[in-house]
Design a protein around this ligand. Structure first.
Ligand SMILES: C[S@@+](CC[C@H](N)C(=O)[O-])C[C@H]1O[C@@H](n2cnc3c(N)ncnc32)[C@H](O)[C@@H]1O
Length: 237
């Protein structure tokens, strides 16, 4: 599915996607907690935060509520969620900008540098070549101490895509305790059509190839397959 198709899909299926967050089926809370810990350890100043594929920026609130952020930029192709994002961030009183754009295009065009570049639950939509392009561009657009973070489902070492699809889907469905069966029909179809995660160790290799000094999986849960990958050029913390 191309980027525009994904934007349209998430625009129309946002309520179903929200169910996954309401029931925390993809572990947003824990994984964003890990991200917050990394930002707190690494930065002594308020950070500039680029949120690629931000959706409605609801997950970003877990960062904004915990660490000083001096500016927030959200990029997403789904117009409806992006409108919600404005309202979601307004109470923080932080300078915030939103771009209804393909995040690869945005990364290629922007002349700005960011301390934190995050892509959560979206890089898996891209093929390997474009994923590498995200790494290359993210490296260019990071500040000297900046970090590039992926939060997402990731294949386990040696696991094929079909086995990952079954494991990840069944994990979330079980965690939902049968409360949202209609949502899972939408989710199953979408995952089959549009989800192509790399192995977690594959992201580490992509980071090294892009020239990052630090490139590592800081968390990868073998039961859910969700993980946190971090790349940077500064100190290894
Ligand atoms: C699964 S949601 C993730 C939303 C949010 N980051 C989170 O953590 O819950 C995927 C988002 O990626 C967006 N998206 C997918 N491909 C995109 C692209 N190439 N450029 C911009 N947005 C994209 C979709 O519109 C959707 O909002």
């Amino acid at each position: 599915m191309d980027a525009k198709g994904l934007g349209k899909f998430f625009d129309s299926a946002w309520n179903a996607y929200r169910d996954l967050l309401v029931f925390d089926l993809m572990h947003h809370r824990d994984l964003f907690g890990i991200l917050v810990g990394q930002v707190q350890r690494r930065f002594q100043h308020p950070v500039s935060f680029l949120d690629l594929a931000c959706g409605d920026s609801d997950p970003a609130r877990m960062v904004l509520g915990k660490v000083p952020v001096r500016e927030y930029v959200g990029v997403d192709l789904a117009a409806g969620p992006l409108e919600l994002a404005r309202a979601n961030l307004q109470p923080f009183g932080i300078p915030a900008e939103f771009f209804a754009q393909d995040f690869l295009e945005f990364l290629g065009e922007t002349k700005r540098e960011f301390d934190l570049i995050l892509i959560s639950y979206s890089i898996h939509h891209l093929g390997t070549f474009k994923k590498k392009e995200v790494f290359r561009l993210a490296k260019e657009k990071l500040s000297p101490q900046g970090i590039f973070v992926i939060i997402d489902g990731m294949r386990l070492a040696g696991q094929g895509r079909d086995a990952w699809l079954v494991q990840c889907f069944q994990y979330m469905e079980k965690r939902s305790e049968g409360k949202i069966p209609a949502t899972f029909q939408v989710v199953k179809k979408h995952m089959g059509e549009a989800d192509f995660p790399e192995e977690g160790v594959g992201y580490e290799a992509m980071g090294r190839e892009a020239g990052f000094k630090e490139s590592r999986l800081i968390h990868h849960d073998p039961a859910s397959t969700f993980g946190v990958y971090l790349a940077g050029n500064g100190r290894d913390l």
